[in-house]
Design a protein around this ligand. Structure first.
Ligand SMILES: Cc1ncc(C[n+]2csc(CCOP(=O)(O)OP(=O)(O)O)c2C)c(N)n1
Ligand SMILES: [Mg+2]
Length: 817
C-alpha cells in the first residue's frame, strides 16, 4: 500500500506505527492519493446532502446515507483486494464509491428507484438506496470470476442480518485454503480473501452479532468486522445499547493471547486518517495471512444529518452533542489535517470542493431526467391514445378529464401511467371502436413489460433451475435388499460428496457421529472434518455459513437438527436467503440446501410440521417434504444439479423404516414441483405429504372394506406445488377433494386447497365441498397418545372421508356415529 508506506517512512509523530522497509514514494504521489481520498469523501458527502434534499422535496421516498462515516470506509477500501467480499449495511456508500463501484449518478438512481439495472445497478429499484451489491453472475446465471473483482454481498435492511452471512463468506477462504480437491478457479486464490463486515454500534446489541462473533472465534476465519460507532441507534444513545457503553471493552474477552485463539481487536478514532490506514492494513494482514478474525471498533463517528430522512436528530441530541459532532465530523478533521500537514492548500481544496459540488449536482440532474425519460415518452403515447378514445366515446368528458389530469403530471411515475390508462378503460366499457382496442393493447403491453421489473427472479429463469431438472427413477435389483431409510440417505450422500468436490455439510452433531439419525455415518472419516463438520448449537449462523459459502461457489448443505428449531434461523432464511435472487435481480445466487427433519415424532418440539409459516415466509426457496428417504435422497440429487436454495424436511419417523435400496444412488432424481399418485381411485381425491401420507395410504386400504375407493396423491413438494396441475386431473375423475396434513388449521392445507381450487380451477369439477383435515391448533402433545389426540390419526381420516361420502349417498354410507 503506497500511501501507508509513505506514512511509515516520511511522516513524523504517527502513533506507534512500526516502520516497514519500503521504497519511498514521491511527495506528489503521496499527495495525489490523499487528495483522491479527500475527493471521494467529499463526493460521498455531497451526495448525502443533496440526497436528503431530494427526499424532502418529494422526488425520492426515503434516504439513508453514509455521511459522518466516510473516513474509515476509505481506509477499508484501500485494504480491500480482488476476491475479497464485503457484508455490510446502509452506511457504506463511501466504500463503494472509493472502489469505483458506485457513481454519484447510480446513487441518485437508487434514490429514485429507477427500474433499469443499467442505470440503477444495485437492485433496479427493488431496494431502497444505501443497499449495495456487486455482480457475481453473468446474464445466463453462470459465475463470473470472483477472484478478479471486488465483491459485495447484497445488503439487507435488517440490522445485524449481514453478520451470519459474513461468517460463511470468511469460512469459504478457509475451506478453499485447506481442502485441496475443491474447484476454486473462479472463487479463491488459496484462501487469501478476507470477508469484511460492517455494522453500526447499536446493532451490536442483536443476538446475530454475538452469535457470529463467537462462531468466528471458534472457526478462526478471515473476517474483519468494523463497528461504525456514532454512539446512537436512531434516537437511542449507547447507554441503552451496550454494557459499559463500549463495545470493544466488553468484547475484550475474545482477544487472542499466547495460549488461546481468538480475535485481534483494534480500536481507532473515526476521524483519524493515519490511524485508520494503519489499523486497516494491519487487520488485512492478520486476517489474510493468519486467518485470524479481527474486530475494528471505529469510535467518535457522527451523523451530520441525523439517522435518515425520516427524522431530525436535533430532537434527541443536546446542543453539546451536536456541537461536538460538528467539530469532529470526520471529513472536517480530515481537511484540517491535510491543511496542517501542508499536503494541500486551502485554495486547492476549495477548488476541488467546488468542482465536486458541480459534478454531483449535474449527476443528480442527469439521473432524474433519465428516470423520467421513458415515462415521459410513454405518457405522450398514452395521452394520444386516450385522446383518440375520448373522441369516439360516449364518455368523452370523463375521458378528457382523465387525460388532462395525466397531462398535468409533469414528472410521471409508472403508477401514474397505469392508473390513468386502466381507469380510462372503465369509461370505454361496451364500446368496440379501434381506438378503445388500441388503448386496451397499450395497457396490456405496458403491464406485461412493467410487471417483471418488480416481480422477476423470485426463482431462477435459467435452464438449470430446480424445476427443470429431469426426473430419473430409482432402479432396483430384482431382489433388492430392504434397508433402514437412513442407510439409503447415507449411501446417497456418500455418492454426492464423491461426485461434487465443492459439497460440504455441517450442523449440530453432523460430523463425528454422522448426524443424530446416522444419515452421514462414517462420512467424516472418509471426507474429512471440513466437509462433514460439527458446529456449535447456533442455528442462525449455521444458515449464515451456508449462505456465505454458497455465495462463493461452494455447495453447502446446512443441517438444522430438528424442524422445530429452524425458527431461530428464520430471519436469515426469509430476509437474506429467500430474497437474494429477487433483490439482486439475478446478480447473486446462494444455492444452499437446508437439511432438516420433522413431523410426527414425540412432543411439542420434536414433531413439528409448521409448514404454513415456512411456505409463506420462504418464497424464493423450494420446500420439499419427501415421504421417505429414497424420495429425500432423490431431492438432494436434483438440487445438486441445480443452483437454487431449498429446504428438505426428512420424516423423523422414517429413518428406521425399511425401503428397498436403489442401485443408482447419487443419480436418481426426484422431480421438484411434481406430485405422485400413490393409489388410484374413483370416489375421492386425498392429497397429503410427509409422514401423514403413510397414514392416509393405510386408511385408503381400510376404506376399500366399506366400498370407498380413494385416490391418494403425495404432494411431495410444497413450494412449488404441482406445477403440471395433475391434481385437477384427479378431481375430474373423483369430483371430491380432501387435503390432509399435520399443520395447524388454515396452514399448509389451506395453501394446497387454494392451489387446487383456485389456481387449478378445481372448483369446476367438485360435487362435494372441498375440505381440509389438519392437526389441532396447538403443538403436538408428547407421546403416542399426544400424537393421536393432536394430529390427524387414522380414525379421524377414515371418519372424515366417510362423512363426505355419507353426505353424497346416505343410503350406501349410513351414519357412522
Ligand atoms: C432488525 C431491525 N430492527 C430495527 C430496524 C430499524 N432500524 C434501522 S437502523 C436502526 C438503528 C441502527 O443503529 P446503528 O446500528 O448504530 O447504525 P447507524 O444507523 O447508527 O449507523 C434501526 C433501529 C432494522 N432495520 N432492523
Ligand atoms: Mg449508530
Amino acid at each position: 500500500m503506497l500511501l501507508f508506506k509513505y506514512f511509515c517512512d516520511n511522516t513524523k509523530n504517527l502513533m506507534n506505527i512500526s516502520s516497514k522497509t519500503s521504497n519511498d514514494i514521491s511527495f506528489e504521489d503521496f499527495k495525489k492519493q490523499i487528495l483522491q481520498d479527500y475527493e471521494i469523501a467529499f463526493i460521498s458527502r455531497a451526495c448525502s446532502l443533496l440526497g436528503r434534499k431530494e427526499v424532502l422535496t418529494g422526488k425520492a421516498k426515503f434516504g439513508i446515507f453514509g455521511d459522518g462515516k466516510e473516513l474509515p470506509q476509505l481506509a477499508m477500501a484501500r485494504a480491500f483486494k480482488n476476491g475479497d467480499f464485503r457484508s455490510g449495511y446502509y452506511r457504506d456508500q463511501t466504500f463503494m464509491m472509493a472502489l469505483g463501484l458506485l457513481k454519484p449518478k447510480d446513487f441518485f438512481h437508487g434514490l429514485y428507484a429507477t427500474t433499469d439495472m443499467k442505470k440503477e445497478p444495485m437492485s433496479g429499484g427493488r431496494q431502497m438506496g444505501g443497499h449495495f451489491l456487486t455482480y457475481s453472475l453473468n446474464e445466463d446465471g453462470t459465475w463470473k470470476d470472483l477472484t478478479q473483482q471486488k465483491n459485495s454481498s447484497s445488503d439487507i435492511s435488517c440490522t445485524a442480518g449481514q453478520m451470519p452471512r459474513l461468517l460463511g463468506l470468511a469460512q469459504a477462504s478457509k475451506v478453499y485454503r485447506h481442502e485441496k480437491g475443491m474447484n476454486s478457479t473462479k472463487f479463491s486464490d488459496k484462501g487469501n480473501e478476507v470477508a469484511w463486515g460492517t455494522i453500526g454500534n447499536a446493532s451490536t446489541s442483536e443476538g446475530m452479532f454475538w452469535e457470529t462473533i463467537n462462531a468466528g472465534g471458534v472457526l478462526q476465519v478471515p473476517m474483519v468486522v468494523s463497528i461504525w460507532d456514532d454512539e446512537y441507534g436512531i434516537s437511542v444513545p449507547a447507554k441503552h445499547h451496550t454494557t459499559k457503553e463500549d463495545i470493544s471493552k466488553i468484547l475484550s474477552g475474545f482477544q487472542r493471547d499466547e495460549e488461546h485463539e481468538g480475535y485481534e481487536i483494534l480500536k481507532v478514532q473515526g476521524w483519524d486518517y493515519t490511524a485508520l490506514m494503519h489499523a486497516y492494513e494491519n487487520a488485512s494482514d492478520i486476517a489474510r495471512q493468519e486467518h485470524v478474525p479481527v474486530i475494528i471498533h471505529v469510535t467518535e463517528l457522527t451523523q451530520p444529518q441525523g439517522h435518515s430522512t425520516s427524522g431530525s436528530h436535533e430532537r434527541y441530541k443536546d446542543d453539546k452533542r451536536l456541537e461536538w459532532e460538528r467539530d469532529n465530523d470526520c471529513n472536517k478533521r480530515f481537511k484540517e489535517w491535510i491543511l496542517e500537514s501542508g499536503i494541500a492548500t486551502d485554495t486547492e481544496l476549495e477548488q476541488l470542493e467546488k468542482q465536486v459540488k458541480r459534478d454531483v449536482r449535474e449527476a443528480k440532474k442527469q439521473a432524474w431526467s433519465e428516470f423520467l425519460e421513458e415515462n415521459i415518452t410513454a405518457k405522450k403515447t398514452l395521452v394520444k391514445l386516450m385522446d383518440s378514445a375520448a373522441e369516439t366515446s360516449s364518455n368523452r368528458n370523463f375521458l378528457k378529464k382523465l387525460k388532462n389530469d395525466l397531462i398535468a403530471i409533469e414528472e410521471p411515475i409508472l403508477k401514474d401511467l397505469a392508473v390513468a390508462s386502466r381507469k380510462s378503460l372503465r369509461y370505454l366499457l361496451g364500446e368496440s371502436t379501434p381506438e378503445r382496442q388500441s388503448l386496451v393493447n397499450w395497457v396490456s403491453s405496458f403491464l406485461t413489460k412493467t410487471q417483471p421489473d418488480f416481480s422477476s427472479y423470485l426463482y431462477s429463469p435459467n435452464d438449470n433451475r430446480a424445476t427443470n431438472i429431469k426426473a430419473i427413477a430409482p432402479t432396483y435389483d430384482p431382489n433388492a435388499e430392504k434397508v433402514d431409510g437412513r442407510v439409503i440417505l447415507r449411501d446417497n450422500f456418500d455418492k454426492l460428496f464423491d461426485n461434487y468436490p465443492n459439497a460440504l455439510i455441517f450442523g449440530e452433531d453432523t460430523g463425528a457421529i454422522g448426524d443424530v439419525n446416522q444419515g452421514l455415518e462414517g462420512l467424516q472419516e472418509k471426507y474429512g472434518s471440513t466437509r462433514i463438520a460439527d458446529t456449535g448449537i447456533r442455528e442462525t449462523t449455521i444458515i449464515g455459513q451456508g449462505i456465505g459459502m454458497a455465495l462463493r461457489g461452494l455447495r453447502p448443505i446446512a443441517e438444522i437438527q430438528y424442524l422445530d428449531y429452524i425458527f431461530y434461523a428464520m430471519s436469515s432464511l426469509t430476509d437474506d436467503l429467500s430474497t437474494l435472487l429477487y433483490r439482486t435481480k439475478g446478480k447473486q445466487k446462494a444455492p444452499l440446501i437446508v437439511r432438516t427433519r420433522g413431523h410426527r415424532l414425540e412432543g411439542i418440539w420434536h414433531s413439528g410440521s409448521e409448514m404454513g409459516g415456512l411456505i409463506h415466509l420462504l418464497r424464493g426457496m423450494y420446500i420439499l417434504a419427501p415421504r421417505n428417504m429414497t424420495q429425500a435422497a432423490g431431492f438432494y440429487n436434483t438440487l445438486m444439479k441445480s443452483d437454487e436454495p431449498a429446504l428438505v424436511i426428512e420424516s423423523l419417523n422414517g429413518y428406521r423404516l425399511k425401503e428397498p435400496k436403489p442401485t443408482n444412488l447419487g443419480a436418481f432424481c426426484t422431480p421438484i414441483g411434481v406430485v405422485e399418485t400413490m393409489k388410484e381411485g374413483t370416489d375421492i381425491t386425498l392429497v397429503s405429504y410427509g409422514s401423514t401420507l403413510r397414514i392416509v395410504e393405510q386408511v385408503a386400504r381400510e376404506l376399500i372394506e366399506v366400498g370407498i375407493d380413494a385416490e391418494v396423491i403425495d404432494a411431495q413438494t410444497l413450494l412449488p406445488f404441482d406445477v403440471k396441475h395433475d391434481v385437477v386431473e384427479s378431481l375430474k375423475k373423483t369430483n371430491r377433494l380432501l387435503v390432509i396434513d399435520e399443520d395447524v388449521p388454515g396452514g399448509c392445507s389451506a395453501y394446497i386447497l387454494n392451489e387446487i381450487v383456485e389456481k387449478q380451477q378445481g372448483y369446476r369439477y367438485l360435487d362435494s365441498a372441498p375440505q381440509t383435515l389438519t392437526a389441532k391448533a396447538h403443538r403436538a402433545a408428547y407421546g403416542t397418545d399426544g400424537d393421536y389426540f393432536s394430529k390427524p390419526n387414522a380414525e379421524d381420516i377414515f371418519e372424515k372421508i366417510y362423512s363426505i361420502m355419507h353426505e353424497v349417498n346416505p343410503q350406501d354410507y349410513p351414519k357412522l356415529r
